[in-house]
Structure formats: C-alpha cells, structure tokens
Ligand binder design. Sequence first.
Ligand code: ZN
Length: 271
Amino acid sequence: MDTEIDFISHEGLIRAAFFAVIFSGVALAEHALPRRLPGVPKSKRWTANLLMQFVDVAAVRLIFPVLPVGMALLCAQKGWGLFYYVPLPYPVAVIAGVLLLDLVIYFQHVVFHLTPALWRLHMVHHTDRDIDVTTGIRFLPLEIMVSLVIKLAAVAALGAAPLAVLIFEILLNGATMFNHGNIRIPFGLDRLIRLGVVTPDMHRVHHSVLFKETNSNYGFSFPWWDRLFGTYKAQPDAGHEKMEIGLHGYHDERALRLSSMLVMPFLYGRK
Ligand SMILES: [Zn+2]
C-alpha cells in the first residue's frame, strides 16, 4: 500500500505524461489518416481549444483544494465510502471502482444534455465546427468544475480505491482525446475496438447537428452503457464524411473565439 501511495503521490506527473503521449499520438494519427476534411482552418480551432484547456487547468488549480485522487486517499485514511464497508478482494474493488465511476460520467453526460441550465455549459463543447483531438479538451471551465464536484462526491460515496481513481482519470482523459480524433480506422478494426472502447466513429455520431444523433453515444471510455441503456447508434445517417458537425445557429466566428465561447452560456438563445 505504501509503494502504491508513493506512486499515486506523483499523480500530476503521471497524468501529464499520459496526456502528452496520447494527445501527440492522436494528433499524428489525424495527420496521417484523416477521416474528414477540415471545414474551418485548423489553426483557428486549435488556438481557441488549447486556450480553453489552459483556462480550465488554471481555474481548477486555483479553486479546488482537493482532486478526485486526493479525495480517494482521504477516504482510504478515514475509511469513508461504500467499498470500506463491503470487503472485496483488492483487484475486484479497483475494477469495480473504475467501472462505476465511468457509469457516473455516462449519466452525468446524459443529465448535461437533458437539463437546460447544464446544457448551456455543455453546448459550448458541441459548438466546435469540426471534431478532432482538441475538441476532446474543449470544455467550459464551469462545466469542468461541476463535473469535478460530481466526481469528488462519487469517489467519496463509493470509497473508490486511489489506484482505481487514478486509472479512471487517465482512461477518461485519454479516451476522450482518442474518441474525438479525426482518424480513419478501417471498419473491421473499428468494430473490434468498440467492443471495449468508444471509437472516433462511434463518438462522432454524438457531435451531429441532428438532434436524434446528438442524443446518442454518451459514453466516453466504455461503449457498454450506451448499449445497456438504449442510447447506442452505430453510424450517422448521412455517413461520416457528409454528416454535419456542430450545433444549429453556431456555425460562425463565435465558435472559434475563446472570449465568445466563455460567454456563450449566458447569451444562449439570443442571436
Ligand atoms: Zn455531449
């Protein structure tokens, strides 16, 4: 346990390393094997989306005294949460922790779509006019903060093991960058990967302008929840090259400027 805590105490470094490797890997794959042609200049979108990520990290660092892995360490010290009352073999507790936290994120995503006030925050992510690895880091700081509060509560309620939370965080961040990737993966290989992980073709359906397609494929890491709860849609009706990405009414410069994106929730519904 001590070696594990020692390892987990390097959370920041471990997560930053995974972020850098997965971001670069997906970006390189997009360059080598693009799925769709860009509709707007990539440089504009990348600038706005990377700046948004910078603001997110700064906001979380400034505002939150504890992050989910830190909360899990606190729970382990104090014996807080469900798993400390239900004795399970350690590997089973870790796997169950990862799965249950991912399930919470699936429901969180559904609720962000169905609740008007939360949709105002999440819609900024959906206004991206193309979809690629940087869409996977384009979330409003307020949405990141609401999500963080939900994660902290879920970790504390479950008493999830620190290792489970670290794996869950790395998986969620990595899978989100991968499944937004503008990568052409052969159909057979995509079918195989999406048995266990959400693929770019699967998640792209969720970024369609068509309402019935946006309201499907909510999963980020594992594809099973969508299949289980009836929100799975295998492919977009218009096909991946022809489908329209984004949000009706936002196919303009506002979707490409950080300043406009930050005020979007407050101006939603106005022209
Ligand atoms: Zn969404």
